[in-house]
Write a new protein. Sequence first.
Length: 376
Amino acid sequence: MPSAPPASVRCNARPYLHGPEITAMARAVEAGQYGHGPQADLFERELADFLQVPDVVAVSSATMGITLALQACGVGPGTEVIVPSQTFAATIQPIVALGAAPRFIDHAPHTLCIEPDAVREAITPATRAVLPVLYGGRPVDLSSITLLLQRRNIHIVEDAAQAFGSRRTPGPATTVYSFGPIKQLTALVGGAIVPRTTAEANALRQMRSLGITASQTDRIRTTTYTVQGPGLRGFLSDVNAAVGRVQLERFQEVADRRTALWDAYAQALRGTDNVTLIDVGPDAVPFNCVVRIADRDRVHQAMRDRGIGVGVHYPPNHLQPAFAHWTRPLPVTEAAAAEILSLPFHPAMTPDDARWSATALLETLADTPSTPSGTP
């Protein structure tokens, strides 16, 4: 077994700041604009330029972004949203909050992402949206069923919380990113929506502002305002936008670090019979490094006992008490859920740290009775 773990692998993930974020945040605080203001406007434009899209709508979190995007495409009582069970609960709660039903489906065993055939088989007359999760940063390609979904008036809303910087797949999807503390790009908290059309962008901006049609700047200059429709308090604060702008300027550094880490893990674990690496594909900026192993719980505890920050992302939602009403058999998801293990992965690590962590995993497995992993 390797010696004591490096400090960087004692946690599964942690925020990564470059330094100037502190100054940028302090300046935003001094400016006194704590709602959506000039920093948030600039951040939206810079994000749109970076992503090469016409528009971006900044929001308070990816959970808020998913909620607004689903509501904008008509998700509500009496409708269903097709969604994988293998995701964080933040993907599912917006569906339930809107009064709709999550229709859980299985994922592919070696990517933990949904595939077109599973979506096609899950469609019902009540289906209003498909909510693919870009697990680990891997793009999800539903282009082979795009025409079918359009004919059925079914919208695609991508949960890309783990996929900022990954190559966007073609097709008419609304994409939601997270800028939470440990994401590829952090604003400390926050998120953004890439809308499909100008009309959708306008609707989302109104909805994130409690349904008020005027901007915050315009409201304070007049004696009244109009609440046109439903909405929530979902704007991104200027303080967080200032942090995000610094992060965006240096994003390539983080992307390169994450790719180098993932490659180091992949090389160290390649050819091992008792470890299956969840492949994020060539178009991803990796968010994490996840493997499938037998006897996962024992290995998880052994690694934690040595101070190595492994984790499990995530327990499947169709087996959670909050979503029991919509439970259905998902054999692939349930088999994977018993085997997945997240290895330490964040930009403060080096490739040598990743190789150290991989060696610790292999030596722990050698001390643990095991059978081949990765079977659906």
